[in-house]
Each structure stands twice: as C-alpha cells, then as structure tokens.
Design a protein around this ligand. Structure first.
Ligand code: BGC
Length: 550
C-alpha cells in the first residue's frame, strides 16, 4: 500500500502516484483579483489531498504575456505576479510535500515568448553574434520545409520575419513563440540553469513540453532527430548528477515507436504520455468494440524497466487527433465534435463530461480504464466533478474555465467582480457552477466526486496497477474488453463492457481453476473459476476489477 503523509525516498515514485493536473490561475483566487493564485492553491490543498491524488502537475506560472496561457514564457526563474510571489510558490511546494504530494512543473524549452529578454537581445544583436544565435534564424523562409505546421488554425508558416533583426525566425507553435537554438551549447547551459533553479527550490520533476522539436535539420520533418535525443541525454545526465528521485515526463505527441525513443535506454525521460491510446479509448466506447484499444496496445513496444507511461483522458489542450489515421479522425469528429466550433487545430476542444454526454456510467467506465491500464494516470482538474466546457471562448480556453467550488458567486472561485475574472465561469443549465460544484458533490454521497475518491483510494492500495504487466483476454464478444494485470503476488482481472446495452461474455480463465475472483469495489466473492468458460454479465458500460487471490 502506498503511504501518504510524507514523501518517500523512492526513485520509482512516479510509477505509483496519481497525478492531478491544474493551472494556478484556474483553481482558487485568494485575493479577489480574478486570477487563481498560489495562496489560493495552498488553501485548496486539503481538497486535493482528500481526492487522494499524490502528485500535482502545475501548468506554466512564469512571467508571460499569456498569449498561449503561459507556455509563452518571458522569464524562466520568476513567478507571474498575478499568481503571487516566489515565496508563495515555495510555500505551496512545502505544503504539498508536507501532505506527501509531489509537485511537477513545466520545463518549456523548445521556445520562449518573444518578450523573453533572450529574444529581445537576439533580435537587436548583429547576425552571427552569440546573442542572435540563441534562436533559429534564416534569411529566407525556405528552410526546413518538411516540418509540418502544428497550430494550423492560426499559423501559415513556421517562419516569421522580424523587422528588427531583418531575418526570419523559426517557431513550431505561435509566431510569438520563437524556438530556442539547441545547436548552440550556450542555450542548453541556460536551460540547465533554469532547471537547477527549480530543482533547488524543491520541485520533483518536469514535464518537458514539445520535446520532439528541439533540433531542426533540412531534409527531415524536424521531429525526433538523433541530435534532439542527444540534448535530452545531456539534460538527464545533469539531472542525475546532482539530484535524486526527480522526474522527466516527455510531451511527445508521436506514435508509440517514436515515443519510446524518449525513454532512451532509461537515460532520457522517466515517463512519456501515451498519446495514441487516449483517442482510442473514446473510439472504443463510441464504436462499442475493444479493437482500437487492443490494437494500439499491441503496437506499443516494451519500455525500459525504470520507465513508465503517463495516461490521461483529457488535458488543457484540444483532444488531439494527430495520432490516428485519417478515417479514424473523421470518425472522431463526427462522433464527438459534430459542431465545427468544437474542433481546434487537429483535435476537439471539449472536456470529458460533455464529450460523454454527461453520462455517469460512461464517465465511470473510462475512468475505470484510466485507473487500471498500465501507466500513471493523470486527472485534469474539474473532471473529477464532471465540469463542462465553453467552446465559444476561443482557442482552448473553453476547457480552462474557473474551478467550480460552490453555487456562490463566481462558483466560489473568486470574490472579484464578474467582469474582472480571467474567464467567465460556466453558468449554463447543464454544467454551470450552480449545478456542478464541489460543495454540492460533497453533500451528495453518490456524486461523481465521491466515486472518484473511492476509485483513487482503491487504486492506491494495489501496486499492480502502476507496475504490473498487461495481458489481454479476448472473449468472442468484442464489446467486452478484458485484461490481466500482474505484479509480484498481485493478479487483477479487469473486464469492461464498452456498450450501451447489457452484455455477457465467456472468459477463458482456466489457468486459475479453483480460485475465487473477488470484486474489488465491494470485496464480494464471485463464483469459483473452473475449467469451463467463466461467464460474466454486465450492465451497460459496467466494469469490474477482480482480485484473483493466490
Ligand atoms: C502545450 C500547449 C502549448 C504548446 C506550445 C504544448 O505542448 O501543451 O498548451 O500551446 O505546447 O507551447
């Protein structure tokens, strides 16, 4: 059983935690200025602790013009004053640690804001100078032409002309986010300095944002290049040299075969997101078949012993559809984003609950998969209460609205004037804060929040979920997804009905003949397994986790 209440001295802690992802800005405003802040986050740590999660990933909180919600960083070693002071941030880390909760922050090193001092210095410095060389420049926009454009809704090119420098600069994302030049060793050194700064303050790890794009080479798509991996190994060597029990989490939105390179031989990132799995969970539920999930897991190569997948259902970005085929993308759009306003770049800008039509059984089912699949699960703030979205807010802001604490003014998020809030809270009849909020769900014993607390508590009792192997069992009924997780003496059989209708399935479990599966939520014994197929019946979207006792 994983202990809480203190930080364990464990190099593999990231295999057992449950991560809660949030933006300081969106969580709780302690001083009534309309923005969430670190002091507010500290006030809400009891809530996070009671939810049961054991690690918080906070989105960028650095000084920034906020044209990409803080991923446009203007200073790596400071706090955006809107969110409080450096002391507030330090207090937050200390308070989280006191509760046994680790803290992961963002190391956004592919690019900076154009307001970063390094870029301002670069554009004013002569071409070819060490200062100019911090970024990637060209006299023409005809270089690296095989690199795709990621933000297709807003950008027409990865090059933008700078009138001060009189050259084009390279950017994989927004034009106001110039890419750093990792061919310049001084850049790596500068980034390492920022990394050490936060490690010294006590953060437990970093999400490495947009990591496949560090290096550009003509004639390639400028993604996953060997030179990029060399930089990562250099960062990891520096991390391991002076710190212990720290983490790199790779944000590489790539196919499994490319992503696993980010683990290296256990000498690059400790963790990486499984991007292709996520849309296939939604596809499987809509198509009522396990095939998309089973197929992608079959295509997922083994990873080094010390490494771990990060798995998630939703996050602060659009539900990305880059890692699916063209047909699958069309299917996902028609199934989950019929109204074109719900689409953004190559994806869908909606939250979990509205994607699943606020169906409690479906929300429970996909969370059941999230918490029992190989990897470390990540819960996006608000999804534990079934928060909705506002697709009319533009960009991805519709999934970044204020946390809904109560039915009070501004959802209990802030005492500011409504007009002062960084974003309008949701107020609609289905998902507005009057209907969906923490206070109400704590009063209601059968609320989603209470259920999420229960499943998280259960998951934490068994290391097998974070560390175990995965083996599919394939009953003739394809609407049933069945898999075995195994770690040391723990064996868990997970079965799930992906269909809206009741189902039954015959499972081939004869290897456990004589054993009695225990359903783990209620700890009730089911009928004994024998040599004949084991029949399980399911309610619509029903799922069970069975402990197969020794
Ligand atoms: C982040 C996005 C951000 C982009 C560019 C991503 O990978 O998740 O929110 O817009 O990096 O910084």
């Amino acid at each position: 059983m994983t202990q809480s209440g203190e930080i364990q001295d464990d190099p593999f802690w990231y295999k057992d935690v449950i991560i809660y992802q949030l933006h300081v800005k969106t969580f709780y405003d302690s001083n009534g200025d309309g923005y969430g802040d670190f002091a507010g986050l500290i006030e809400k740590l009891d809530y996070i602790e009671e939810l049961g999660v054991t690690c918080i990933w906070i989105l960028p909180f650095y000084p920034s013009p906020l044209r990409d919600d803080g991923y446009d960083i203007a200073d790596y070693v400071n706090i955006n004053p809107l969110y409080g002071s450096m002391q507030d941030a330090k207090n937050f880390i200390k308070e989280a640690h006191r509760r046994g909760i680790r803290v992961i922050t963002e190391l956004v090193i592919n690019h900076t804001s154009d307001q970063h001092a390094w870029f301002q210095r670069a554009r004013h410095a002569p071409a070819g100078s060490p200062e100019r060389d911090f970024y990637v420049w060209s006299d023409t926009a005809e270089k690296f032409e095989d690199a795709r454009i990621i933000f297709i809704d807003t950008e027409a090119s990865n090059w933008t002309f700078d009138s001060v420098a009189k050259q084009y600069y390279w950017h994989r994302f927004f034009a106001h986010q110039p890419d750093l030049n990792f061919d310049n060793p001084a850049v790596t050194e500068a980034v390492l300095e920022a990394m050490r700064y936060w490690l010294d303050i006590g953060v437990d790890g970093f999400r490495l944002d947009a990591i496949p794009y560090l290096i550009e080479r003509d004639g390639t798509n400028c993604e996953n290049l060997p030179e990029t991996h060399a930089i990562l190994k250099q960062l990891r060597t520096a991390l391991d040299a002076d710190y212990k029990n720290k983490l790199f989490l790779a944000e590489a939105n790539q196919w499994p075969a490319d992503v696993i390179q980010y683990f290296g031989d256990g000498d690059e990132c400790h963790m990486a997101y499984h991007f292709p799995l996520m849309p296939r969970i939604f596809m499987a539920v809509h198509q009522q078949t396990r095939l998309p999930i089973v197929e992608i897991m079959r295509q997922t190569p083994a990873i080094p012993e010390s490494c771990q997948w990060a798995i998630f259902l939703r996050n602060h970005d659009e539900l990305t559809l880059e890692m699916v085929t063209d047909e699958e993308r069309d299917y996902m759009y028609s199934a989950y984003a019929e109204n074109p306003i719900m689409r953004c770049n190559v994806g869908i800008r909606r939250r979990l609950a509205p994607l699943l039509e606020n169906s409690r059984p479906r929300i429970e089912l996909v969370n059941g998969l999230l918490f029992s699949f190989p990897g470390t699960p990540i819960v996006y703030y608000g999804d534990e209460i079934g928060m909705g979205d506002n697709v009319y807010l533009g960009d991805r802001n519709g999934v970044r609205t204020p946390m809904q604490w109560s039915s009070d003014r501004n959802g209990g998020f802030s005492k500011a004037q409504f007009a002062q809030l960084y974003s309008p809270p949701l107020m609609d009849a289905v998902s507005g804060y009057q209907v969906v909020n923490v206070e109400g769900q704590l009063m209601d014993k059968s609320s989603l929040l209470r259920w999420m607390r229960r499943i998280i508590r259960l998951r934490k009792q068994y290391k097998v979920f974070g560390r175990g192997t995965l083996e599919f069992i394939e009953p003739a009924n394809r609407k049933i997804l069945a898999y075995v997780r195994q770690y040391e003496s723990q064996t868990v059989l997970c079965v799930a009905n992906l269909s809206w209708s009741p189902q039954s399935a015959e499972l081939e479990l004869s290897r456990w003949a004589g054993k009695t599966p225990i359903e783990m939520f209620g700890m009730e014994a089911f009928h004994e397994i024998d040599e004949t197929p084991y029949v399980v019946t399911f309610a619509p979207y029903g799922f069970y986790w069975f402990l197969i006792e020794k």
